[in-house]
Design a protein around this ligand. Structure first.
Ligand SMILES: Cc1ncc(COP(=O)(O)O)c(C=O)c1O
Length: 367
């Protein structure tokens, strides 16, 4: 039951989506990207559901510690790398795999790891800035960084990685430029494993030769491409919704034409209307900028929001659902109403929508 607001996480759909990612992987290995609290779906339960992944990708050592504390014994890759020097000893102690994305961190590693006696050499993912302009070692410095890392007694393996900036914009020239840059440099290190594609690159077919794929958003049942393109919606890839967000109808107003609904007169009733008040607002993570007309579902009927989203509630048009009663449940997104459609209406990425769900929203897991 929903009390006030609830997100239901469908673990079966999550596992299904991992299989979809694998079906595009063509025997490549899978980093299941579960960073940022599994994109707001809950780090530990998501990791438990995704045991079929080869390794988990988390943000930082703190998320890795949470996984270890839960009993997770799968390999963990720390995608944001080192935040401060003291992380290095913690990472080494647990044998985590680590992204190295700048030369300064490489020299920190040399200084810190030379001092530590540990049983098992570590694996590193050396990240190239091939054009993303965010994290990564510049191509000109990449081979020497690789050779230096690879020569260390504490280094087991170095995997070469890069991240594409525009893979969700399939026609962007930057995709090929980044791939060419990465391929040219990695050809100088022929035996090393590589990793390029996240969800959009995987589904667009970029980086087909890389050893590892790194899907994130597709695991959560959202398409990385723009919603208006019907061929790129989640259904076209066989992805299933993972999070369903629901709240309750807590009041009904019988409004007259010309009546105001909510703050700042963002909605004035164009006719006599039944307006439903729903127990979810921006303090729960529902986007405050959702315009009039953002879709919701009540009693299997689609309708829309009316007026500005408040802190703890929002208003909807009950015209398509004359049977709606106080206490009914309202779906903000889920199986019947794609998260991607809400992203399109609000201009807020699906990633951002699920990551923003507040802790006061009850989370329930379904197997
Ligand atoms: C380095 C890296 N790899 C993989 C991913 C997963 O990307 P996506 O969620 O678009 O699949 C991310 C996400 O931000 C990332 O930063």
């Amino acid at each position: 039951m929903i009390h006030r607001a609830k997100s239901t996480i469908n673990l079966k759909a999550l596992r299904h989506n991992l299989e979809i990612a694998r079906s595009h992987a063509n025997k490549r290995k899978v980093v299941a990207v579960i960073k940022a609290n599994a994109y707001g779906h809950g780090l530990v339960p998501v990791a438990e559901a995704l045991q079929a992944a080869d390794i988990f990708g988390v943000t930082d050592i703190d998320e890795a510690d949470q996984l270890n504390a839960s009993g997770c014994d799968k390999a963990i890759l720390i995608l944001q790398g080192i935040i401060e020097r003291s992380d290095i000893a913690r990472i080494a102690r647990h044998g985590h795999q680590l992204v190295i994305h700048n030369l300064e961190h490489l020299s920190w590693l040399e200084e810190e790891l030379d001092k530590i006696n540990f049983a098992k050499p570590l694996s590193f993912w050396l990240k190239m800035n091939s054009g993303m302009g965010r994290l990564g070692i510049m191509p000109a410095d990449f081979v020497s960084a690789y050779r230096s890392l690879q020569s260390k007694p504490w280094c087991h393996e170095v995997i070469l990685m890069t991240h594409l900036a525009n893979a969700n914009l399939r026609d962007s020239a930057l995709n090929q430029q980044q791939l060419d840059t990465f391929d040219a440099i990695s050809a100088l290190i022929p035996d090393a494993a590589t990793s390029i594609p996240a969800s959009s690159a995987l589904l667009a077919g970029f980086g087909k030769r890389s050893t590892w794929i790194r899907p994130g958003i597709m695991l959560y049942g959202s398409s990385p491409f723009a919603f208006p393109n019907e061929q790129s919606r989640r259904e076209s890839f066989g992805l299933q919704a993972v999070m369903t967000l629901q709240a309750r109808l807590i009041s009904i107003q019988n409004c007259k034409a010309g009546d105001n609904v909510g703050y700042c007169s963002q909605f004035i009733c164009p006719r006599d209307m039944r307006i439903g008040i729903v127990s979810i607002g921006y303090a729960d993570g529902y986007p405050s900028n959702a315009p009039n007309g953002t879709p919701v579902i009540i009693n299997n009927k689609r309708t829309v929001t009316t007026g500005r989203v408040s802190m703890d509630m929002l208003a909807i048009d009950l015209s398509p659902a004359p049977d709606a009663r106080i206490g009914d449940s309202v779906t903000l997104w889920g199986e019947e109403l794609s998260l991607d459609e809400i992203a399109e209406h609000t201009g807020i990425l699906s990633y951002n929508l699920t990551c923003s769900i507040a802790s006061r929203v009850t989370r329930e897991y379904q197997n």
